[in-house]
Design a protein around this ligand. Structure first.
Ligand code: FRU
Length: 472
């Protein structure tokens, strides 16, 4: 690994007090971040590795940055974990805890955390998948086989001739007692002038030698695949597999240790503008499946325009569950309960009129917000809620954010939840049935929450919690 990429020492004097610093979402002390990588739990610590440019505020020099947390809320950034080497940089990937010493590197004291990533070679040399392991709880990594390919390039190229397959996801598959790797590939379909999405599954017994299992060809797949097993309707006896890509299209089906079988229907799991390249924690200590995504800004970044020392942020961690709806099984996402540790004051109104709630809200100033409301759709037609300038509206049975409909369930109670940080808004309709994740900059001078609509409308519940910063 090339030492000059280890710039973390120069970060230590940087604080988290800038005007545009997200206050309960992770960002790097300094410089650029994108995808979360290698999310894994080990010995009381959640590890968040991430795509990082250790030398600049913009994308490049891809290195795995590193932060740890005991609760997925408060993060401590550590020295960069995996640095570029040879002819390439370190693209996205995964990390597992080697619970059964498959790699043979466990020590008496520690199990190995084994990371897989794409070695993204320069000068159009084909990308390949390699690995590294840590026997000091993720503090330092040794390349496996000097970082040579563990999974060589599979030989497909897209229409531009790029051989850039990438972003290995690895997990332990208990029924077949094997490690499984999910890899995104792309194949040119020159006849139809398209690139076809392709996912390839591999297995390994020793976390080093990988054998082909099967292919999963879908037009919707693009980068950063994840495959994870979830309970349906909270029933641990009824489990299904969720496969999704970077833009968070997903399918639900059965992964039998060899291939993924689905009914071929795919859905979009986030209706906002800025949820990308999400992944779930491996080795979860409590059976929950928690996901974090990159909340990207799109082309223009207010962070860069305002000379912030950092650029980009992560989404708030959420649990994922599958639930049966009238349209079939769908994915639900919900902020982790640990968020409550940040509440310092909560206003709770039960069965109150819109006008009464508004009067009470007007007395307070809000900055970092977790807000929840519910109402009977038979009695409420339209309203808007203006949260520090961000507007969620409800019109004739439908929720909208920035002209995009956020579908809700057909039931006698509707609900909405909004997390608002300085530079983001995350919206959850009907307990996480529709989710919209957005990079959005709230007006610094506007610290109000206001309901707009028929004064007599009753909300079953309206609850606003103010949050502490995680950076104190
Ligand atoms: C997704 C992505 C990945 C790649 C990484 C590079 O945002 O393009 O496919 O590994 O970013 O930073």
């Amino acid at each position: 690994m090339i030492d000059s990429f280890q710039t973390f020492k120069s970060y230590t004097s940087t604080k988290y007090d800038q005007v545009l610093r997200p206050q309960f979402h992770f960002s790097s002390k300094k410089n650029w971040i994108n995808d979360p990588n290698g999310l894994v739990y080990y010995k009381g610590e959640y590890h968040l590795f991430f795509q990082h440019n250790p030398k600049s505020i913009n994308w490049g020099n891809m290195t795995w940055g590193h932060a740890i947390s005991r609760d997925m809320i408060n993060w401590t950034q550590l020295p960069h974990a995996i640095l570029p080497y040879g002819n390439g940089t370190i693209f996205s990937g995964t990390a597992v805890v080697d619970n059964i010493n498959s790699l043979g590197e466990n020590t008496e004291k520690e199990k190995a955390i084994v990371a897989y990533f794409t070695h993204a070679q320069k000068n159009k040399d084909p990308f390949y998948q390699s690995g590294a392991y840590s026997i000091d709880r993720g503090r330092s990594f040794n390349l496996i086989d000097q970082g040579k390919p563990l999974v060589p390039n599979q030989g497909f190229s897209d229409r531009k001739g790029r051989r850039t397959e990438r972003d290995p996801k690895v997990f332990w598959h208990e029924p077949s007692k094997k490690w499984v790797m999910v890899l995104w590939l792309r194949k040119a379909d020159r006849k139809n002038k398209k690139d076809l999405g392709k996912v390839r599954f591999f297995y390994s017994n020793d976390l080093k030698n990988w054998e082909f299992l099967s292919d999963f060809d879908r037009s919707w797949v693009y980068e950063c695949m994840d495959l994870v097993e979830l309970s349906v309707d909270g029933n641990s006896q009824n489990r299904k597999w969720l496969i999704y890509d970077a833009s968070f299209d997903y399918e639900v089906g059965v992964f039998d240790g060899k291939s993924m079988i689905t009914n071929n229907l795919n859905y979009l799991g986030d209706l906002g503008k800025n949820y990308y390249a999400a992944q779930t924690f491996n080795n979860s200590p409590d059976g929950r499946t928690v996901i974090i995504g990159w909340m990207r800004t799109g082309k223009k970044s207010v962070f860069v325009d305002n000379n912030m020392p950092f650029n980009q942020q992560m989404s708030f961690p959420c649990t994922m569950e599958l639930k049966t709806t009238s349209d079939g099984i769908r994915l639900f996402r919900w902020p982790i309960k640990e968020i409550e540790s940040l509440y310092y004051s909560t206003n709770l109104y039960r069965k109150n009129k819109l006008s009464t709630i508004n009067k009470k809200l007007a007395k307070n100033r809000y900055e970092l917000i977790d807000l929840y409301g519910s109402f009977n759709p038979k009695k409420v037609n339209n309203f808007e809620i203006n949260i520090r300038g961000q507007i969620l509206s409800y019109q004739k049975g439908k929720f909208y954010f920035e002209n995009t409909e956020l579908p809700s369930l057909n039931r006698s109670l509707k609900s909405f939840r909004v997390l608002l940080d300085r530079t983001s808004i995350e919206i959850f309709i009907d307990e996480g049935y529709s989710v919209s994740t957005n990079y959005a900059v709230s007006e610094d001078s506007n610290k109000t929450i206001k309901l707009i609509g028929n004064e007599k409308v009753i909300f079953d519940l309206f609850k606003v919690s103010s949050l502490n910063s995680i950076w104190q």
